[in-house]
Design a protein around this ligand. Structure first.
Ligand SMILES: [Zn+2]
Length: 418
């Protein structure tokens, strides 16, 4: 809690200290990172400042998967004693993860700091959506009615999820936007609202302006965004003053251009992450496959945690046009999210000149709605040589968060091709 009010200079010193000790640790105790450092002729003494991290080779999910668990779990940790999780790969690549208990608790504290900044108090009730419930449950203080939580499984049908919300009556909610859109649409259809008095936090997925206003309207509560992943729990979060703060005491984020050089503040780059806390399974220069913009602005809230802006995400979230332009998914998704009778959809760009829309519809979906969607899509892409095809499906493959991924481009997947 104190770290967030430190000056940027103090935070950088803290990062440096943590990074040095982490690299020493990884060299001494972790077979995978030891080999990697030796292979590049590096030793812990080569890392003095935060910028020295760039000498370290980057790693990705595939490499970590190959080395799990033998080489990637540090000496002294038994996999069976650790807390387990898995990444939810939209690519179908799921990385098994372990956290040592201390690291997991640190990550939970980082999350708690985020909640507290949004007005959360220990006696407030929190509902959250996940695949699985939080790993540390039923602490003694919860038995005293403090930090009460309701887990809402992403696998439950929306009717059941809403019933759980109504029964629990949370003060705050943290959930995936695609799920909250479903709740909001259903409640709105019934002419209902469900007030969430403290905050709603939207996690990880694209939150469009239109979806934001629908959710805020039905739940009568402001939404704040969060950026995280299973590997690191949290990278960045939005404060009440709408600054998007990096949790820089927990993670070191780099924003890199195509040559692997840091971009200037205000410019977009590929995000590479180092956990400053993970010991049982260290993550050093891990390519998370997201894009973002580092900012050198100062937030009016007074926190020293640095600011960033999240760009939509992966390269295959964009629609790529024959003339080389790319269309931001935020321009397209809202039309489908909010159209009547659209239950689920996935916009698949098969070729630059061919967009196939997989769609599950209900009775409200008419020819008129389809025509309108086609027209709206052409208005955004401005290229009538692109074929738009509707594929009415019974089922759509599910990616992250047990939701169909809204846009999938098969045209440009490789980050280096931007
Ligand atoms: Zn702020």
């Amino acid at each position: 809690m104190r770290n967030q009010w430190k000056s940027p200079g103090e935070l950088k010193k803290l990062q440096e200290k943590k990074l040095r000790s982490l690299l020493r640790y990884a060299y001494d105790r972790n077979e995978f990172y030891h080999r990697l450092l030796r292979k590049h002729d590096l030793s812990p003494s080569d890392f003095r400042t935060v910028d020295d991290i760039r000498r370290f080779p980057s790693v990705n999910k595939a490499v970590m998967m190959e080395n799990y668990p033998q080489a990637i779990v540090s000496k002294g940790f038994e996999v069976s004693d650790c807390i387990h999780a898995a990444t939810s790969g939209s690519t179908g690549q799921n990385l098994n993860l372990v956290y040592d208990v201390r690291t997991y608790e640190y990550y939970m504290a980082i999350t708690y700091r985020n909640f507290a900044a949004l007005g959360y108090m220990p006696w407030h009730k929190l509902a959250y959506t996940r695949y699985e419930s939080f790993k540390i449950e039923n602490q003694f203080y919860e038995k005293l009615g403090i930090t009460r939580r309701q887990f809402i499984s992403v696998f439950s049908p929306p009717e059941k999820q809403i019933a759980m919300l109504k029964a629990f009556y949370p003060d705050s909610v943290t959930a995936y936007p695609s799920i909250m859109i479903e709740w909001a649409k259903m409640l709105k259809n019934e002419g209902e609202t469900l007030e969430i008095p403290v905050f709603i936090r939207s996690e990880a997925e694209i939150l469009t302006k239109e979806a934001r206003s629908l959710i805020e309207d039905v739940f009568q509560s402001p939404i704040y965004e969060e950026y995280g992943s299973a590997e690191f729990v949290q990278f960045a979060w939005e404060c009440k003053d709408r600054g998007y703060h990096i949790s820089s005491d927990s993670v070191l984020l780099e924003f890199l251009d195509d040559e692997g050089e840091p971009v200037a503040p205000g410019e977009e780059g590929e995000i590479v992450v180092t956990s400053l806390e993970a010991h049982a399974m260290p993550f050093i220069r891990y390519k998370i496959n997201d894009r973002g913009v580092p900012l050198d602005d100062v937030c009016s809230c007074g926190r020293g945690l640095p600011l960033m802006k999240l760009v939509v995400g992966r390269n295959d979230d964009f629609v790529w046009l024959p003339n080389g332009d790319r269309v931001n998914p935020r321009m397209i998704i809202p039309y489908f999210e909010l159209a009547p009778g659209v239950k689920e959809f996935r916009i698949v760009q098969e070729r630059e000149d061919w967009i196939r829309i997989e769609i599950i519809t209900g009775s409200e979906f008419t020819d008129e709605v389809q025509k309108k969607l086609t027209h709206e899509l052409y208005t955004v892409i401005k290229d009538h040589t692109v074929e738009i095809q509707f594929d009415f499906c019974e089922e759509i493959p599910r990616g992250r968060h047990n939701r169909p991924r809204p846009i999938l481009s098969r045209v440009r997947k490789d980050a280096s091709s931007v």
